[in-house]
Design a protein around this ligand. Structure first.
Ligand SMILES: C[S@@+](CC[C@H](N)C(=O)[O-])C[C@H]1O[C@@H](n2cnc3c(N)ncnc32)[C@H](O)[C@@H]1O
Length: 297
């Protein structure tokens, strides 16, 4: 298992197998996070495989730097968006590229980051805290109609109109600044989630996170450009965590299949019971992979 300091990498063995990691080569982890997948790739590609690791979150990247210190000389870490993989690679071509989308457990568990409705914290939710609008700004500034639309589109939340109305009512009384206040407003507006066991604020928080980080913007195009950076026979593996993300991956893969790439997973690979039991956050993971066809001689 890819476990380190309480952090578990999702679908680790399956990812390494689909990427066909072997000694040597150049590997890209576009969402390096705490470096769990990256460490496993570096181990499997020893003694001379190299890895370029990107993450848009500078704080996370520093932790990855410590964790991956033992591979110094074979790893390069840069604070960047995975949408920049082609620029970061320059003329080089990769043997395998991994994207493990979404947020890491470290981000979710740190109340200061504002991703979790379960702990009191500022409504931030930016993966890169050095730029962009925070969730607090989105929640307090966005017009009611637009707020409802984004909660519906990105959270697939059917009570989006009621929730948006409650947010606007409450923010007129006092600016909404904390995660727990927002969660409480949502809970009062729509106390029952459609899925049993799901906290009423789950979908609204997901929607805001996607909006704040523009997580779905240009995802399909980014995958197509990343695939274009593979050597013949090179592999691209993507782990998505919600249906909107997985749909974008599926469509991009379908379009690539018509242009010299072949799918390695007909259906997305899902974690088994054992993995879901030991790491409940893995339960919604969907892994898809494709390979660039070998050049015809
Ligand atoms: C699920 S975690 C990755 C965990 C990692 N595979 C591991 O084993 O430790 C996702 C990471 O992707 C980063 N991320 C999300 N969107 C990104 C983007 N557009 N560009 C670069 N990094 C991104 C997040 O900051 C987070 O650290």
């Amino acid at each position: 298992m890819g476990s380190d300091a309480g952090h578990t990498s999702v679908l680790l063995a399956e990812t390494l197998e689909l990427l066909a990691v072997r000694p040597g080569g150049l590997w890209v982890d576009g969402t390096v996070g705490l470096g769990g997948h990256a460490a496993a790739i570096l181990r499997a590609s020893a003694p001379d495989g190299r890895l370029l690791g990107l993450d848009r979150d500078g704080e996370t990247l520093e932790r990855a730097r410590e964790r991956l210190a033992e591979f110094a000389g074979r790893v390069r870490l840069e604070q960047a968006d995975y949408r920049e993989i082609p620029q970061r690679l320059g003329d080089a071509r990769a043997d395998g590229i991994l994207l493990d989308l979404g947020i890491s457990s470290a981000q979710l568990d740190d109340p200061e980051r504002g991703f979790s409705f379960q702990a009191e914290g500022p409504l931030d939710m930016r993966m890169d805290r050095s730029r962009g609008e925070s969730a607090e700004e989105v929640v307090n500034r966005t017009r009611e109609r637009e707020l409802a639309d984004l909660i519906f589109a990105y959270g697939e939340e059917h009570a989006s109109r009621r929730i948006a109305r409650a947010i606007v009512y409450e923010r007129e009384r006092e600016r909404i600044r904390s995660t727990t206040r927002l969660a409480e407003i949502v809970r009062r507006a729509a106390p029952r989630s459609r899925r049993p066991g799901l906290h009423p604020a789950t979908r609204t928080f997901q929607a805001l996170r996607i909006r704040v980080n523009r997580e779905l913007d240009g995802l399909g195009e980014a995958l197509e450009r990343a695939a274009g950076c593979l050597v013949p026979g090179g592999r691209l593996a993507v782990i998505a965590f919600h249906s909107l993300e997985d749909r974008a991956v599926k469509l991009a893969f379908r379009s690539l299949a018509a242009r010299g790439f072949c799918a390695l997973t007909k259906k997305p690979l899902r974690p088994g019971e054992e993995e879901t039991r030991s790491n409940p956050r893995a339960r919604s993971a969907c892994l898809r992979a494709l390979a660039r066809e070998e050049a015809v001689a």
